[in-house]
Ligand binder design. Structure first.
Ligand code: ADP
Ligand code: MG
Length: 484
């Protein structure tokens, strides 16, 4: 007999900020640059180098704190966290310990519903600023270190253990990524390592008030693996508990090829970091004027934008999809701005299905979209006023994509107007029925699948320009008349 267990998850997310230079030196940062080409004496931790805070990184940090509803500490401190590893030449990492610059925020998990019917809210315990370490790669018996990343600015966003499923955990990180990208402070890309996630997982009997012992899964590098790693850990802990064995607090690595977790270290040999205030850096002071300046420069946040669009009639699936990426959201926003609000819903759906479909098929990002958002708006207007059927609009869009001009221009040049004139459509219907007597007999005899064939023939006869709804109605009428 198995007890129902509740999964408890808390996440630590690292985001590498896209500042021009590192957190404490003028050394340039560039993702994907050849190893050890973005380094300076500070990155190598050479004696005599001193940290100087990068003010752009601090502004980015303030923006994320505001976007997640955190309190910003007017004064916070930098601390040294010591450990020995080749990727950390100074022998310590500058981070924030007991005094992070931001705490007490929350993020709503999109698409989730809590017991009270509202979206699940995950409290953000703290956000702190720290410098990144280098990157070690093990190739056979050789280990190589790349210091390009050493000293880059990182934000660590620590959640309270408020998540209860792997699915919500992934959705939370996605939302965080969307917020970061919308703010434009980082590409927040898991594959490139500019977004990294550690998941703390524990189990407890459903309804218990105390948390169970947690284990921490380190550095998962995709959303899919994050959810899978959590599920694998839940299975591992449940097996232990149900066999009567204790869950021992540990740090784990996830092997996605075998869908298995590997214990890296247990609490017994947990590192003692010997935290101490960094004597080379002053207290980090963030005053109201600075916060206000950052706040005023902030774009509309994804959650606000989503709500505004849904209130404006956009289907919620489309609103979630289109606010997922900053550039996509701006594309949609520009299209909406050119349209009456009653057409937002149609425009959103058109972008979500047709525009993204084309982009995906051609392997292009939204930034490389060949059709401008205002051109999409023009097309949507032609659908809305009945000039184009959905089918014709697709043809027109294909021509727009091929660079043949704007929607209106193509409609006029190609004579692609939708025909909604009942007399001419009825004539086409009559011709088609007369031309296919055998199929008509079968349809009247109950072979309903043939209806699609007749619709297709009428569309063909009218060069795809007949209003499909009207074709359907007139066809059904003609078929029914013949039956009686
Ligand atoms: P540490 O500094 O040792 O990593 P923290 O208190 O900072 O510990 O917590 C780290 C993360 O672990 C946080 O995201 C927190 O929500 C999560 N966490 C704490 N307790 C549990 C638990 N029992 N189960 C799951 N996650 C937990
Ligand atoms: Mg931790």
């Amino acid at each position: 007999m198995s007890v129902p267990w509740e999964t408890v998850i808390g996440l630590e997310v690292h985001c590498q900020l896209e500042t021009r230079s590192k957190l404490f030196s003028g050394c340039p940062v560039e993702i994907g640059a050849p190893p050890n080409t973005r380094v300076d004496p500070y990155s190598y931790g050479l004696p005599g180098t001193l940290p100087v805070p990068n003010s752009a990184a601090i502004d980015a940090a303030i923006a994320l704190a505001l976007a997640t509803g955190c309190r910003i500490a007017p004064r916070s401190a930098f601390a040294r966290k010591h450990y020995f590893y080749p990727d950390l030449p100074k022998g310590y990492q500058i981070t924030q310990a007991d005094e992070p610059y931001a705490s007490g925020g929350a993020i709503e998990v999109p698409g989730s519903t809590a017991e009270d019917g509202r979206p699940v809210r995950v409290r953000v315990q703290r956000i702190h600023l720290e410098e990144d370490a280098g990157k070690t790669t093990h190739i056979g018996r050789e280990s190589r270190v790349d210091y390009n990343r050493a000293g880059a600015a990182l934000l660590e966003i620590v959640s309270e253990p408020d998540l209860r499923s792997s699915e919500h955990a992934a959705a939370y990180v996605r939302e965080l990524r969307t917020i970061i990208r919308t703010l434009g402070i980082s590409a927040a890309n898991m594959e490139e390592g500019t977004l990294r996630c550690d998941a703390n997982v524990s189990l407890r009997p459903l309804g218990a008030s105390e948390f169970g012992v947690r284990c921490e899964i380190k550095n998962v590098n995709s959303f899919r693996f994050l959810a899978r790693a959590i599920e694998a850990e839940v299975r591992r802990q449940r097996d232990l508990i149900e066999r009567g064995e204790p869950v021992v607090r540990c740090t784990l690595g996830y092997d996605h090829e075998r869908d298995r977790l590997r214990i890296m270290r247990t609490k017994e040999d947990a590192a003692d970091y010997r935290y101490m205030p960094d004597p080379d850096l002053p207290i980090l002071e963030i005053d109201e004027t600075r916060v206000a300046k950052v706040r005023n420069a902030m774009p509309e946040l994804p959650a606000d934008r989503r709500k505004r669009w849904i209130d404006g009639g956009v289907a919620s699936d489309d609103a979630f999809l289109l606010t997922g990426e900053r550039e996509l959201a701006e594309f949609a926003q520009t299209a909406f701005a050119a349209l009456a609000q009653e057409n937002w819903r149609r425009a959103a759906n058109w972008i979500a299905v047709e525009v993204l479909g084309r982009l995906n098929a051609d392997g292009l990002a939204i930034a490389a979209c060949r059709v401008t958002p205002t051109a999409v708006a023009e097309l949507v207007e032609l659908i809305a006023d009945g000039t184009l059927s959905g089918r014709l609009a697709k043809d027109v869009f294909a021509r727009m994509w091929a660079g043949e001009g704007g929607a209106q221009e193509i409609v006029v040049r190609e004579g692609l107007r939708q025909v909604s004139d009942a007399t001419s459509i009825a004539a086409a219907v009559a011709e088609v029925l007369a031309e296919n007597p055998r199929q008509l007999e079968m349809l009247r005899g109950g072979k309903d699948a043939l209806r699609g064939f007749f619709v297709g023939q009428v569309m063909k006869k009218t060069r795809g320009q007949a209003n499909p709804q009207l074709v359907g109605e007139l066809l059904d009428r003609a078929i029914a008349e013949g039956k009686s």
